[in-house]
Structures are given as C-alpha cells and as structure tokens.
Design a protein around this ligand. Structure first.
Ligand code: C5P
Length: 234
C-alpha cells in the first residue's frame, strides 16, 4: 500500500504557493489544492504544479446531481490530477456518475483516484443527530458511507485518523484512507479537535496523511515535512 505525506497548500494566491514550494522543488512532494487556492487561482495553478512535477490532490468535495458531477469530473480528469474527491452524502448514483466522468475525461490514460468524504471531521455526533437527523453513531455512519463509496467503485475515503480502522474493517485493507487532523506531539492543535501524530497515524494504518499548518506555518517547512515523512513513512 502507498504511504505518503500530502502537504495542504492553504494559500490564497499562486505566487504565495510557488514561493512556499521553492525549497521543495527537488522533492516533488504530494500537495493538496483546496477550494481557497482553486477558486482564487483556477485550473492554471493545477497545470503549473503538475507541469513542475508535483502530485496533486484536488480537494473540491463535489456534491450535486449525478449528471452535473459526471461532467465536472470529466473536466477535472483533463487537468491530470492524481486524486480528486466528492461527498459520499451525494448518493451512490452520484458517486458512480463521478467515476464515469473521470474515466471518460482521462481518455484511456491513468484515472485519478476518487475519494469520498464520509462525515466532515468538523461535524460532531451531536450535530449529526440533532441537525442532520442521522440517528446512528458516528462510527456506523462513517462505515456505512465508506461501504457505499466502496460499492460504487471508489478508491477510498477522507476521514479522521481515528476512523481509519472502522473504514478498513468495513471495506478491506486495500480501500484507501486519507486523513487530515495531524499534529506533532509538541505542536499547537489550532482548530483541529480529533488529532493524531504522524507516527500514530502510521500505527493505525492510514495510507496518506494530509498536513497543513504544522508544515506551512513551521519556521523551517522543509524540515517539518521531512519530520512528517520520517515519522509516517520511513
Ligand atoms: O492545517 P491543517 O493540518 O489543519 O490542515 C488540514 C487540511 O485538511 C485543510 O486543508 C483542511 O481543509 C483539510 N481537511 C480537514 N478535515 C476534513 C477534510 C479536509 O482538516 N475533514
């Protein structure tokens, strides 16, 4: 199974992003482009990073009717990204349509991996019960959404590191888990509440960790990235 660290590029301009990445040029790490950077800098920044040799997880979390998502995924596949994602709550029909769009859009080339967000890590079990009217536990809900994603043919899910084990138990060890909420034992937690260290994420069996501020806000981002790699991968 792959094991890699994905740096969350939570910046608002292409210039800031490229400046941040300059010490990483020879390493070509996996990077994540989220809504902020994509809405600010558009597909051009994706093409730039792909052209420079980075592996790109385009984290746009699509959620719409199946036909709209199919067509949007076809466009995203044309950007040559390595991973993209959607909300499992959009239904199995939407997930199958997304996969069709991605397959069409890569014209026989390598299809980007497709991941589903189960429940956002910012959603508590209480909010899920009271506001979303989902009566099951967080564990049952995440495992059920992951199973839907697996049965629709997706490659894995984005989940909290603490949920990775439930997903693997429900869907098998080959079904990928990609987990944000990573902090070094000695670094601030910021606004994340359900967190683990890179070393603990490795023990749990997560395939990829997504790390933002512990790397992007570090005094020496390259050293922080290398620390993540040595705790998680090596
Ligand atoms: O800075 P930090 O390490 O908390 O960044 C985590 C990244 O992962 C951010 O880009 C955030 O949007 C993303 N993410 C998350 N929780 C999720 C899904 C995505 O923190 N459930």
């Amino acid at each position: 199974m792959p094991k890699d660290v994905i740096i969350a590029l939570d910046f608002s301009t292409a210039n800031e992003t490229l400046e941040f990445l300059s010490p990483f040029q020879s390493l070509h790490p996996y990077v994540k482009i989220g809504m902020e950077l994509y809405y600010a800098a558009g597909p051009e920044v994706v093409r730039q990073l792909k052209g420079a040799g980075y592996k790109v997880f385009l984290d746009l979390k699509l959620h719409d009717i199946p036909n709209t998502v199919r067509k949007a995924m076809k466009v995203l596949a044309g950007l040559g990204v390595d991973i993209c994602n959607l909300h499992a709550a959009g239904t199995s029909a939407m997930m199958r349509a997304a996969l069709e769009g991605l397959t069409e859009g890569c014209h026989g080339g390598r299809r980007p991996l497709l991941l589903a967000v189960t429940q956002l890590t910012s959603t508590s079990e209480e909010v899920m019960h009271q506001e979303l009217l989902i009566p099951q536990s967080m564990g049952e809900t995440v495992a059920h959404y992951a199973r839907n994603a697996h049965d629709a043919g997706l490659d894995g899910v984005v989940c909290s590191p603490l949920e990775s084990r439930w997903v693997k138990d429900a869907c098998g060890s080959d079904f990928l888990t990609v987990t944000p909420g990573i902090r070094f034992a000695d670094s601030p937690t910021d606004d994340q509440s359900r967190i683990t260290t890179p070393a603990r994420a490795r023990e749990i069996g997560t395939d990829y960790i997504v790390v933002g501020r512990p790397i992007t806000q570090a005094p020496d981002p390259l050293a922080a990235y290398q620390r993540c790699m040595s705790e998680f991968v090596l």
